[in-house]
Design a protein around this ligand. Structure first.
Ligand code: PLP
Length: 462
């Protein structure tokens, strides 16, 4: 099929693609000096864990697109479902009708979700899922007669999306430097990054500090003003931050004690990335009040996201008997039949062996990458399941961050691409989250390429 496309007259040469992009495309996350005039590396096709770039080079897709191509590229069974569902019913209005794939998928997801998370509200991706969860919290508190209970607690380093309210939760400085946000509605706690914990503190003491900080915020701002706490179980774009042991369950307990909704943002951690459909309970032993998901739900074959909502929350609203209070929130593409049909097939793939495979290779993946710590530039390799981060430092004694202008992540990525691997550079870090189909020899190749690329980067920096 790729060969056919390449033969077709309308396939653009790399140079033409670059020229057209510079004239007509605005890419996500551009800097002002290049906005609307920028070209990025073109990708032509994908196959399993690989993508083929505009020059025909075959690269391991280290970040699985954007943490999403969990089942791997060019899966015929997913492509077939897209086609078949489009031929059966390509769209129906969720305003006044419903479709079978979305109802069936809801029941299957409820079967995997922790606690009483029995219902799903579908969106078009992760940002709209987070936005929906937050607007739902606001609505629920309005209906329940406590309109002042709306503050949202998030964490430094977190990432939750690019719509106005979801972006307001983001905790990386560059997310806010040039952008407006609803900062009066958000409180940000310390990033639970054990690698950056205060000197002299062990991990247990660090965890105590983080929990105490939340307790203090609740005491100072008042539980009656705080509506929700939102957390990625493992912070993804912040640099794959696995929180200290016990952190999530203790934060969950504080939320329960203070009637604060715990929203687990599982846009990255769900659908096999950590070896289970949802990670909250299976990996961390917590039952959130809502879970947001997207990305891996369709392995990126169709834009779909959603929020799992607790039966108790819905029951409370029904009991309020407020017939005029409407949750005035819905998207044209909520419950999209094609997205839901693809998600059902993707779940078949996960349940049919891919979850087990991800669990099987994840220790190997982590220990293989851990070898990179022997390189002096590498401060820490950390991760869980099939997500990992290599953090580079100025020196291994202080672990001080490198200056930003060195752009170490980008340098490593450039070397990796020459050698056949795409990585996701994040300032001084490289993030890895390959398709879950990856095998041990491919993990070895990935680590070898990273090893050589980091060595080359070190040579450049001296
Ligand atoms: N939440 C998390 C944890 C994410 O990592 C992302 C995207 O990377 C989002 C939400 C936003 O998802 P989307 O880009 O699909 O809107």
């Amino acid at each position: 099929m790729a060969a056919k496309r390449e033969e077709a007259a309308e396939v653009l040469a790399q140079g033409e693609m670059t020229a057209l992009a510079r004239q007509h495309l605005v890419q996500p996350w551009p800097v002002a000096g290049e906005i609307g005039a920028e070209a990025r590396g073109g990708i032509r096709s994908g196959e399993g864990i690989y993508v083929i770039d505009g020059e025909g080079r075959k690269l391991i897709d280290g970040p699985a697109g954007m943490w999403c191509v969990n089942a791997g590229h060019r899966r015929k069974e997913l492509a077939d479902v897209l086609y078949e569902q489009a031929m059966e019913l390509s769209y129906n209005s969720p305003w006044y009708t419903m479709n079978e794939p979305s109802v069936t998928l809801s029941a299957r997801l409820a079967g995997h979700a922790p606690g009483d998370l029995s219902h799903v509200f579908y969106t078009t991706g992760g940002s709209s899922a987070v936005e929906t969860a937050l607007r739902f919290m606001q609505f629920a508190n309005n209906v329940r007669g406590r309109p002042e209970k709306k503050l949202i607690v998030s964490r430094q380093g977190g990432y939750h999306g690019s719509t106005y309210l979801s972006a307001s939760l983001n905790g990386r400085p560059r997310d806010h430097d040039w952008m407006d946000s609803a900062s009066d509605q958000v409180i940000k706690l310390t990033c639970p990054n054990p690698f950056r914990r205060p000197a002299g503190m062990d991990e247990a003491q660090f965890c105590d500090m983080l929990v105490e900080e939340f307790r203090d915020v609740i005491a100072n701002r008042g539980a009656e003003r705080i509506g929700a706490f939102i957390a990625e179980p493992v912070m993804a774009s912040g640099g794959v931050i696995v929180p200290p042991y016990g952190y999530l369950s203790r934060m969950r307990a504080l939320c329960s004690e203070n009637d604060i909704l715990f929203i687990a943002d599982e846009v990255v951690t769900a659908f096999g990335r950590l070896g289970s459909v949802f990670a909250s309970q299976e990996v961390f032993g917590i039952e959130p009040d809502m879970i947001t998901f997207a990305k891996g739900v369709t392995s990126g074959y169709f834009p779909l996201g959603g929020v799992m909502i607790s039966a108790q929350l819905l029951e409370d609203l029904r009991r309020s008997n407020h017939s005029e209070a409407m949750f005035a929130h819905g998207l044209t593409y909520s419950s999209h039949p094609i997205g839901c049909a693809v998600a059902l097939k993707n779940l078949d793939i996960l349940e049919g062996g891919l979850l087990a495979h991800a669990r099987d290779v994840s220790d190997y993946f982590q220990s293989s990458l851990k070898r990179l710590e022997e390189l002096p530039l590498v401060g820490e390799v950390r991760g869980l399941g099939l997500m990992a981060c290599i953090e580079c430092v100025a020196d291994r004694v202080s672990n001080n961050p490198l200056t930003l202008d060195l752009e170490v992540g980008k340098r490593i990525d450039a070397h990796c691409q020459e050698l056949g691997l795409l990585v996701r550079p994040l300032i001084n870090m490289c993030v890895m989250s390959p398709p879950l189909t990856i095998e041990r020899p491919q993990i070895d190749t990935m680590t070898d390429i990273l090893h050589t690329s980091i060595r080359r980067t070190m040579d450049e920096l001296v």
